[in-house]
Ligand binder design. Sequence first.
Ligand code: ZN
Length: 90
Amino acid sequence: MSRLLFWLALAVLVVFAVRAKIRAARERVDRAEHGAPPAATDANGATGASAPIESMTSCAHCSLYFPASEAVRADGLDYCCPAHVRLPAK
Ligand SMILES: [Zn+2]
């Protein structure tokens, strides 16, 4: 009897997993057909429709790419940290 319950529970789990997969695939197709880009969500799940795009820059010493707002600027060059300002630019 317990073996039958095990197989029944397994069958129910498989059915739910397949239905979730089908639903996800259908939503993906709907989004692609209607041309709507996938909504960007933040940590709270809210859609950030007007999320600003941040420009990137690279460090003059180590060539690391990082957001331009975090740059340390000296002599018209961008650096990733104050320590690299003191080191020679490449
Ligand atoms: Zn650097």
